[in-house]
Design a protein around this ligand. Sequence first.
Ligand code: CMP
Length: 139
Amino acid sequence: DVQRSLVLVKPDGVRRGLSGEVLRRIETKGYTLAAVELRTATAEILADHYAEHEGKPFYGPLVEFMLSGPVLAVVIEGERCIEGFRALAGATDPTVALPGTIRGDLGRDWGLAVQQNIVHGSDSPESAAREIGIWFPNL
Ligand code: CMP
């Protein structure tokens, strides 16, 4: 199935100048870019985007972190790209993410209340449709 997925280069990735590196890995894998936009998130967008995490101990720090600077919002497209991008991204915790992945190669744990793990990628077709609707309502 040709799918679309929402990818975010989070504020840590943008600050560290890794936006191009993330796009390069997506494109080298063979996925196409359907939308790319540098944006600053809002509390409203994040409340929707992270609705499933509301109430978890890292929720407050997560929202604060995601508001700390611009994010690169990206829609990618390709056969099974939802699963494929998650494989590219690696495990949530960058300390244990395998080398070869974005988080494994470029990330580490900084001992903060929230994992600053460079990228987000939708985890299912349902999440992808929901998240693309939140970030790119006109797409
Ligand atoms: P993301 O895929 O964007 O979804 C939720 C985010 O919360 C996740 O990436 C991490 O940045 C962060 N996160 C998830 N689990 C934890 C955790 N146990 N402790 C701290 N931060 C977390």
